[in-house]
Every structure is written in structure tokens, then in C-alpha cells.
Design a protein around this ligand. Structure first.
Ligand code: ATP
Ligand code: MG
Length: 561
């Protein structure tokens, strides 16, 4: 798949916008919006929509609104409003003072509904929801409601009484009078208002009738002077209805444009499913670092820059597909490679005693903070007689292709010395290796060989006496299959949940520069990946999330091209 970086051509939305610019349709204005329903936390798909809408506003020197499409009081909560605001801001979306609510337009929407009634274009219908659905019919056509030809006076009276709270939930609706035989089912007299005696998180108890999404959405765009109303493909066959309401009310007419929603391999991007994962406790809350929510990836250690880079790279399409989640990981790797401080940390410590290093002595060794960024400088890392290395970096009798530590082998300790393994100490009962014995060559200080002597392996280490304790959480994909919906007949996507998506590694040992590291700060642990301090950290124990491993697919892919 080509990335937009290599193809500076306009995408199809930009082409439409520029065409409008040439024709003067919106007087040269560009005004977009991100319109979430506050019924869940935002996910990476929403990030795509935010970056797209905000990006277009920036590119064309226009405006960007954050609008809560809060038409369904039973599913919406303030907690979601707050999280959405935080997430959009974190991504860099700037709505300035335009935090708007569809519910602020309820009075206006109501007045327009009366206008449509007076124009003979809307009627109060007494059919139940099931009957309405049945009347909608099939491909051959639908059946008109027996209430379709009520007089304007009767409709107005009933609608006002609906508003006044005279009727119980579900007994009546207001419907647009369009065409019960339209090939587009959305045009078969869609419901505009329903009766719902429920308090709304924004309007309180003011209303007991609520507009349907389709009736509220386009008019809200119109009120705000939106020029380009960008949405996902499932709204394509709602566009005639979007246009119908606006034309029949006779108000500013934004252009709805659809693009393919983002899908990622090994994950699900649907609020309904994410809610399910949270409430059924398959994950530890909305911001579980395994979650594809914006709050989840933020806690995992993702940067807004990486998210934006990813969204830009995948571009936009007219057809649905799945993007490889590796693209997301690579965007993060690339960003952190440039700015994360390198440190040393040992996840599964193996004790190493340097026999010829004096007890009580400490060496301060110079370590580079970031080879990609000389301005990041260097730091001192303490070395002493007892150090920890990774259990994985040792084999008692090393295999031929194993170039790390083993009896008789000499390796380089990163930034420190060459050491040679002389033997091991074992637990007399279990036979497990409890300690590795080594000698060091003082002439190799800094990791350079004085006599051109070569070593094949370089390993990381931490001084035992100076080490900081930590717990590290390693993550794998949340689902075991690229397409979580790939399930046996009769099963659902949750059978593909990965039971090994979280591995908690206690007892890790980190270099002392990490003591007191702030929640959210990011590091590269040399040879292990990028890590971020988790909010579960306490003064006595740091907790780190591995954000992503070091393997760099993107660079590899670029090279292959
Ligand atoms: P979901 O389908 O996950 O439940 P939604 O579409 O119901 O999400 P909204 O709050 O209505 O969520 O979405 C706000 C905006 O984000 C809409 O314009 C919607 O089209 C867009 N959006 C939602 N999911 C995606 C996605 N996967 N990729 C791109 N844009 C998306
Ligand atoms: Mg939606």
C-alpha cells in the first residue's frame, strides 16, 4: 500500500473541497466537525476521523468544531463527554471555543419539525415501533401508515401534546412524509421524533420527546455553518435523507462526504464491543493499555505525534478494508526512536559477580542518552561488583549461534567492560543457576577493546547495589486472529480473545536514573523496546508498560521498496 508521503496528490475529499473552492459553493470557506455521540470512549477509528476533519480545517485555513451528537439520553453520560474532550485535545484537535451540543439545538429542531408539519411534510403516527418496521416493507415496496393523511391541525395538536408529555413512551412518533416505495429504505417515512420520558445529561428534564439522529445531525451541521460533513460509509445511504431534511426546511446545505471506516487487524473498533470488553471484564477498564481506545493507547505510551503520523500514512479510502496493526506500532517506534531516552533495565535478572572487581568500589560510566539526538547528551551509569543481566542472555553451555554470555565466553557489557564467564553457582537442591561468576578486563572501560580484540555480543546490565525495582507489563495483541470475527459457526468474536495478551513481569531491575520517573514518561530500554511509566506506579515501585518492541517493520518495508 502506498503512503501519502510518497504520493503528494490530493485525496478524494480534498479534491471535492478544492472543487467547491473553484465553484465558490461555500464562498471559499471550509468548516468541518467531529461529531461523537457521548455513549462510550473514543477509539483509534475516531482518531482517524478527528485527524481527518481537523487536518482539513488546518490545511484550508478553516474551522473545526467539536460537537456532541447527544440525541439519545439513555446511553449518554457526562463521563463520556469528559473523556472525549480530553482525547480530542490530546490528539491535537483544537475546536477553540466551539464545543457544541446537538441538544442545544432542540428548540430550533422542534420549530423546524412544526414547519414540516405545517408544510404537510411530517405527520404524527400512532403505529408501534414493530408496526412501523413492518410497514417499511421489502424491496417491492412498503405500506403507508393509516395515520399518514392526518390534517395539519391534528398533527400539530398531537405533536404539541407529545412535547407536553401527554403520551407514554413509544405510543406515537413524528414521521417525515416522503415515499413508502423509495428504493432507499431510509426514505420510507423515517421517524423524526420519539417519545422518551428520560432525563438528558445536558438538557435535564426539559424534554420528553427526542429527535432521531438522522433528523438532528444534518440540521446541526447546518446551524453551525459546516461546509463538509465527513462521515463513514454506513451513512452513504442516509445522504438522501440528510439532503431531504435540509432542502425541505430550506437552510444552509453542507456537503456530506463518506469515507471508509478504519479497521485494524487483531483488534475491534466498535464502541458497542469495547463497552462489552469493559463491562464483562475481559480488560481492566477503558484505558487498559491493550484497548484500542485513545485513552488505552495513551496509557500504553503512544504519542499524539505517532497517532497523527499513522492516520496520515493510512490515508483515506472509499472501500472498507483492514489495516495491519503493525503500521500503528511502526508509527510509534519511529517517533520514539527520535526522542526516547535510552536506559538499561533487566526484566528477568540473573545475578553476576565480577570476581576481580573490588568490593565496595563503584565506577561511573558514561552512557549516551539518544544516539539519534546528540543534543540529548549523556548520563552516568554506576557499575559495581555485582550486576544483573537478562536470564535470556546467558547459556551455561552456549549454542553455536548464541553470541551472548556462557561459560568461557567473553562479551561486552554496554558502556562498561568486557567480561568473561568463569563458572556458575547452582542451588544444591534444585540445580538452578543462582549466580554467574565472571572476570572483567579493566582496560576495556567504556566498552572499547584496547588491542583490537573482538567480542560478538553486547548485553545490557544493571548494578545490583544501585538498581531500582519495577514491575513491567508486556502486551500482545488483544485477539489471536487478524480478523476477530473469524469464528466457528455460532460463536462470537470473544472466543478469539488472546489469553496471553498481558504478561506481568515482577522483580525487574532498572538503572538508578529511573528512580522517581514521572507517570507517562517514555524510555527505550536498550534491546527490549519502548516503555512508559504507568499510573499504577507507587513511590516504592515503578510500573512500566511496554509500548512497543524494537523490531521495526516499517523501516524494513521501506528498504524493500
Ligand atoms: P462505533 O461504530 O465504534 O460505535 P460510532 O460511529 O457509533 O462508532 P460516533 O460517536 O457516532 O461513533 O462517531 C463519531 C465520528 O467518528 C463519526 O463521524 C464516525 O463516522 C467516526 N467514526 C467512528 N468509527 C470510525 C472508524 N472506525 N473509522 C473512522 N471514523 C470513525
Ligand atoms: Mg455513530
Amino acid at each position: 500500500m502506498a503512503s501519502p508521503e510518497s504520493t503528494p496528490t490530493l485525496n478524494f475529499i480534498e479534491q471535492i473541497i478544492e472543487e467547491h473552492g473553484r465553484s465558490g459553493r461555500f464562498g471559499g470557506r471550509v468548516h468541518t466537525r467531529f461529531p461523537p455521540e457521548p455513549n462510550g470512549y473514543l477509539h483509534i477509528g475516531h482518531a482517524k476521523s478527528i485527524c481527518l476533519n481537523y487536518g482539513l480545517a488546518v490545511k484550508y485555513a478553516g474551522k473545526f468544531n467539536l460537537r456532541f451528537d447527544d440525541t439519545n439520553p439513555t446511553k449518554e453520560e457526562q463521563e463520556y463527554v469528559d473523556s472525549i474532550r480530553e482525547d480530542v485535545r490530546w490528539l491535537g484537535g483544537d475546536w477553540e471555543d466551539r464545543e457544541l451540543y446537538a441538544s442545544d439545538y432542540f428548540d430550533q429542531l422542534y420549530d423546524w419539525a412544526e414547519k414540516l408539519i405545517k408544510d404537510g411534510k411530517a405527520y404524527v403516527c400512532d403505529l408501534t415501533a414493530e408496526e412501523v418496521a413492518k410497514h417499511r416493507g421489502d424491496v417491492k415496496g412498503g405500506k403507508e401508515s393509516p395515520f399518514r393523511n392526518r390534517s395539519v391541525e391534528e398533527n400539530l395538536d398531537l405533536f404539541r401534546r407529545m412535547k407536553a408529555g401527554e403520551f407514554p413512551d413509544g405510543t406515537r412518533t413524528l414521521r417525515a412524509k416522503i415515499d413508502m416505495n423509495s428504493p432507499n429504505f431510509n426514505m420510507r417515512d423515517p421517524v423524526m421524533y420519539r417519545i422518551l420520558h428520560a432525563d438528558h445529561q445536558h438538557t435535564g428534564s426539559k424534554w420528553c420527546i427526542y429527535p432521531m439522529y438522522d433528523y438532528a445531525h444534518g440540521q446541526s451541521d447546518s446551524i453551525e455553518g459546516i461546509t463538509h460533513s465527513i462521515c463513514t460509509l454506513e451513512f452513504e445511504n442516509h445522504r438522501p435523507l440528510y439532503d431531504w431534511y435540509i432542502e425541505n426546511i430550506g437552510i444552509h446545505h453542507p456537503q456530506q462526504i463518506e469515507f471508509a471506516r478504519l479497521n485494524l487487524t487483531y483488534t475491534v473498533l466498535s464502541k458497542r464491543r469495547l463497552i462489552q470488553l469493559v463491562t464483562e471484564k475481559h480488560v481492566n477498564g477503558w484505558d487498559d493499555p491493550r484497548m484500542p481506545t485513545i485513552s488505552g493507547v495513551r496509557r500504553r505510551g503512544y504519542t499524539p505525534e505517532a497517532m497523527r503520523k499513522f492516520c496520515e500514512r493510512i490515508g483515506i479510502a472509499k472501500f472498507e478494508g483492514h489495516h495491519d496493526i503493525a503500521w500503528l506500532e511502526d508509527a510509534l517506534r519511529e517517533d520514539l526512536n527520535k526522542r526516547a531516552t535510552r536506559v538499561m533495565g533487566v526484566l528477568r535478572p540473573l545475578r553476576v559477580v565480577i570476581e576481580n572487581y573490588p568490593e565496595g568500589q563503584t565506577d561511573e560510566l558514561e552512557a549516551v542518552n539518544n544516539p539519534e539526538d546528540p543534543s540529548a547528551g549523556s548520563r552516568k551509569v554506576p557499575f559495581s561488583r555485582v550486576i544483573y543481566v537478562e536470564q535470556d542472555d546467558f547459556q551455561e553451555t552456549p549454542a553455536k549461534d548464541f553470541f551472548r554470555l556462557g561459560i568461557g565466553r567473553e562479551v561486552r557489557l554496554r558502556y562498561a567492560f568486557f567480561i568473561t564467564c568463569t563458572g556458575v553457582v547452582k542451588d544444591p537442591t534444585t540445580g538452578a543457576i543462582t549466580e554467574v561468576r565472571c572476570t572483567y578486563d579493566p582496560a576495556t572501560r567504556g566498552g572499547d577493546s584496547p588491542d583490537g580484540r573482538k567480542v560478538k555480543g553486547t548485553i545490557h546490565w544493571v548494578s545490583a547495589q544501585h538498581a531500582v525495582d519495577a514491575e513491567v507489563r508486556l502486551y500482545d495483541h488483544l485477539f489471536t486472529k487478524p480478523d476477530p470475527d473469524d469464528v466457528p459457526e455460532g460463536q462470537d468474536y470473544k472466543v478469539n480473545l488472546n489469553p496471553k495478551s498481558l504478561e506481568v513481569v515482577p522483580g525487574c531491575k532498572l538503572e538508578p536514573s529511573l528512580a522517581g520517573a514521572a507517570v507517562g514518561s517514555r524510555y527505550q530500554f536498550e534491546r527490549l523496546g519502548y516503555f512508559c511509566v504507568d499510573k499504577d506506579s507507587t513511590p516504592g515501585k515503578l510500573v512500566f508498560n511496554r509500548s512497543v518492541t524494537l523490531r521495526d517493520n516499517w523501516a524494513k518495508m521501506q528498504k524493500k521498496k
